[in-house]
Ligand binder design. Structure first.
Ligand code: GLC
Length: 652
């Protein structure tokens, strides 16, 4: 059962699509207090587990820390980060009985989950205008499915988006892309996507292409398409301030950018220098901004990643002026640049709360201060694109994912989890986020494989890929200036090739399970306890996941390990894809085991009485041949395969 409560005058986020009556009964599971802001408090039993929060640090069980929903551009994903790029305000308390809480509040919100007091869940915000949803009935998994039932269907990408993608901040010229492609094709390493980071643009201007490097961009896109490669350009939130740049001029003229309290335009600095933020909360401005993607669609592009949409701010004109005011005495006049250097070193101005409280959106003629709706920006930037695609390309699925998000955006696109590092702990973090993201509707998700920041190592990349072969968005991406991490940068590249090819062998299964989860409002990745609710060990398992209806994954995520301990809630088929192309299968009984998994092997487990389809690998998704299908696992079982043309939108 879902109970909907309304407090004050909430902002309509459109996170929930179901039309639910308001509940007037008191909330059965906790105390709500709106005397000053909003507060929800309940007692946690000693063994209760708290699931959820989507993109957040720490474990699958969120208990024992404090998390803050406030979309933040912070590339240092360490244990004590309270906020990352997304704001996903849904938790499920697995107790007696279990219940779920979704706080539909686009302002800053804190989840104190046994942090101040280990027996207390306390959710609070200064904002008292919000909807609260309380869900109960059945197991935690049942509660998640009820929640998914009220927030609308998850985004469905084109099938090619389940292929492998290579990315790097620093690819600039057609030659850079051709080289990466050649290295893959020459050695038969599958590849479907090449990602274009900000350097493809002219001076980081959205919806432009560097004319010197790409004198005929559509021809380059077509050249790549002939080799079955989809180019996926990045789009940033900030529009560069520059006379003569039509997107800037038109946005100013029509009043489509966010403004200050006095009506002047808010001017933050991001990659292009001074920018304005398109006011994507205003439906008219949103339609206008979405319409801009057309120039790239017309050039043949069929995929995008939306970035810097928390929205990230390096500093703002007004912030600099404030700083100058503060330090006027100490610095000689006109020393703005010195000031900026000092400020940047201390990162005092980046993502400053003062800036987020400085600018406004126009919502139905009302001025809405940004910080009160902050968490909706990335959601609505992505919605702008998706709504435009539905208008401009109604017969085609377009690949789309975003860095920042809020529940509701899962209907319009996927997400990647931002600027992680080449750390072993980030393989585990990647795994632990998957079920939490799925709970909140985000199914097309993935992390930067190999790590965005810091120098990677060959073994780390291999182990990360061995998790990522199961994850919908499989992209190797890294930042500029660090060690390169395309598969061919390392010794014995055939090992990396083997792992990537396993992804393609599994692709019909992964696509089928993805589609079943999307169409059925289900999770693709589940904590073990969701599938084995009566198993006493399952709630403790933090480094294994159930995938679809048949598989359990338990990747190795520590350096120099020859294998790992794994817990089997029932008898399972331990499957290993060996580097010579053969497959080893061994049925293991329920219980704890140590399993050996060499650096160049992909391991997984198939449940008792289940089987999965497997095909021969191919160099790109369209070349996969279902005629080569065989089955792994219990050969007496049947598997129901979902398949379609992978490009036609699926009617709701
Ligand atoms: C941001 C993105 C990263 C991208 C970089 C340059 O840091 O998160 O993926 O490479 O900007 O565009």
């Amino acid at each position: 059962m879902v109970r909907k409560y309304k407090f004050g005058a909430p902002f309509e986020t459109e996170a929930v699509t179901a039309d639910l009556p308001l509940c007037s009964e008191p909330c059965p599971y906790g105390t709500v207090d709106t005397a000053s802001g909003f507060s929800f408090t309940c007692t946690l039993g000693a063994r209760d587990v708290v699931y959820g929060l989507g993109e957040a640090v720490r474990g699958i069980n969120k208990r024992g820390y404090e998390y803050v929903s406030f979309a933040t551009d912070d590339g240092n994903h360490v244990e004590d980060k309270r906020s990352l790029y997304g704001a996903h305000n849904f938790v499920v308390v697995a107790g007696t009985p279990s219940f779920g809480v979704f706080v539909d509040c686009p302002a800053r919100l804190t989840f104190d989950i046994g942090y101040t007091r280990q027996d207390t869940l306390h959710i609070y915000s200064e904002c008292a205008d919000l909807y609260l949803y309380i869900i109960d009935g059945g197991t935690p998994y049942d509660i998640v499915r009820q929640f998914r039932g009220i927030i609308g269907r998850s985004y469905i990408p084109p099938k090619f988006a389940f292929g492998y993608g290579q990315s790097r901040w620093g690819y600039k010229t057609p030659e850079d892309f051709r080289t990466v492609l050649k290295e893959h094709r020459n050695t038969h390493v599958p590849l479907d996507m090449l990602y274009m980071d900000i350097d493809y643009m002219q001076d980081y201007k959205d919806f432009t292409v560097n004319g010197e490097n790409f004198p005929d961009f559509p021809a380059f896109v077509a050249e790549m398409q002939r080799q079955h490669i989809h180019l996926v350009p990045i789009i940033d939130a900030g529009v560069k301030v520059e006379d003569g740049y039509p997107v800037y001029e038109e946005g100013v003229e029509k009043g489509y950018f966010c403004h200050n309290a006095d009506g002047s335009l808010f001017t933050p600095a991001v990659w292009p220098g001074w920018t304005h933020f398109p006011d994507v909360l205003d439906p008219e401005a949103r339609a206008w901004f979405g319409g801009q993607y057309r120039v790239l669609l017309d050039a043949g592009i069929d995929g995008f990643w939306n970035d810097m949409n928390e929205p990230a701010i390096f500093y703002s004109k007004q912030g600099l002026a404030d700083l100058a005011e503060t330090y006027r005495e100490a610095l000689p006049e006109g020393e703005d640049m010195a000031l900026l250097r000092v400020a940047q070193q201390g990162a005092w101005l980046a993502g400053s709360e003062k800036d987020y409280a400085r600018f406004y959106h126009n919502v139905g003629g009302q001025m809405v201060r940004h910080d009160t709706v902050h968490n909706l920006y990335g959601y609505n930037m992505t919605r702008a694109a998706a709504e435009a695609f539905a208008r401009l390309r109604p017969q085609q699925r377009i690949l789309l994912f975003s860095r920042s998000s809020y529940i509701g955006m899962h209907r319009y696109g996927g997400i990647w989890t931002g600027d992680n590092r080449s750390w072993w702990s980030h393989i585990l973090l990647n795994l632990q986020m998957l079920p939490s993201l799925n709970m909140c509707g985000f199914l097309y998700v993935g992390a930067d494989i190999g790590g965005f920041g810091s120098d990677t190592t060959r073994d780390l990349l291999l182990r990360w890929l061995e998790l990522a072969v199961f994850v919908p968005l499989m992209r190797n991406h890294s930042g500029t200036g660090i060690r390169r991490q395309e598969f061919y940068q390392f010794e014995q590249p055939e090992d990396l090739r083997h792992v990537i090819r396993v992804r393609y062998r599994l692709l019909p299964y992964l696509y089928s399970e993805y589609m079943k989860a999307a169409l059925g409002g289900d999770m693709l990745f589940k904590p073990l306890a969701f599938v084995y609710p009566d198993d006493p060990f399952a709630p403790q398992v933090e480094d294994q996941l159930m995938l679809g209806g048949e598989v359990m994954i338990a990747p190795v995520y520590t350096q120099n390990a020859a294998g790992r301990y794994v817990y089997l809630p029932e008898e399972m088929d331990f499957v290993k894809f060996l580097p010579d192309g053969t497959i080893a299968e061994q049925w293991l009984p329920q219980g704890h085991h140590y399993v050996e998994i060499a650096l160049n092997e992909v391991a997984m487990f198939i449940r008792k009485g289940r089987c999965i389809p497997l095909v021969d690998a191919a160099e790109y998704v369209d070349a996969l041949d279902l005629g080569t299908m065989q089955y792994l696992g219990d050969k007496t079982a049947a598997y129901e395969l979902y398949d379609d043309d992978g490009i036609t939108p699926v009617a709701e």
